[in-house]
Write a protein that binds this ligand. Structure first.
Ligand SMILES: [Ca+2]
Length: 208
């Protein structure tokens, strides 16, 4: 016998449909349980003899988010504010606000973020110049990337980081320039990237 499950999530409820190749009258009762991502379905016949138990992994994502943004401006150097973006390659789920530079977690779960770019420094400077960016969670620094240069003549440094974090619904993630030497800037023009996506939604939170 095949026991085929399908489901869809609407608002806060998950509907599970059980498709059997048995006539409906033979099914006396059925039960199911979901704990975290584990779904267990049991079907019994008229004698209450269990003849089918299906256990599987329910990878239900009610609100996945995937974004990839860039900057076109080549002279951004503001500190202590979320870095805004003006080129939106992808924003599935709408969790990222390009104008404010903030990602808002649509659900509790695990998320991945990555950023990379090339700072531009003043040419022919004999002192060390730096540009650092930070990854912020609700205003708190949780990760940083550093770049520096000396005696630069038309050269660029690079900075990048990757981060996997667990977020609560409504948590916000953004980038800021933490520190920057006078005259330095973040080079845009397709060279400054910020992307992120849902790795796994904590579905048990969404069912309550
Ligand atoms: Ca360096």
């Amino acid at each position: 016998m095949d026991c085929i499950l399908s489901w869809e999530k609407q608002w806060s409820r998950v509907f599970i449909a059980i498709s059997l190749d048995y006539p409906l009258t033979q099914v006396k009762m059925k039960s199911y349980a979901i704990e975290n991502h584990l779904i267990t379905v049991s079907v019994y016949d008229n004698e209450c003899v269990g003849f089918q138990t299906w256990i599987g992994y329910a990878d239900i994502k009610s609100a996945p988010a995937y974004f990839y943004v860039q900057r076109s401006d080549t002279t951004f150097s503001q500190t202590k504010i979320p870095i805004p973006f003006d080129v939106e390659k992808l924003n599935a789920g709408g969790a990222f606000s390009a104008s404010s530079g903030k990602f808002t977690a649509p659900a509790k779960g695990k998320y991945f973020f990555s950023a990379s770019g090339i700072p531009v420094f003043l040419p022919s400077s004999s002192s060390r110049q730096n540009l650092d960016i930070g990854l912020y969670l609700n205003g708190g620094l949780i990760g940083a990337a550093h770049s520096d240069e000396m005696n630069s003549v038309g050269t660029h440094e690079t900075l990048s980081f990757q981060s996997t974090v667990e977020l609560q619904k409504g948590d916000q993630i953004w980038l800021e320039i933490m520190g920057i030497s006078p005259g330095a800037s973040l080079f845009g023009n397709g060279y400054f990237h910020f992307c992120g996506f849902t790795l796994e939604e904590e579905i048990s939170q969404s069912l309550t």
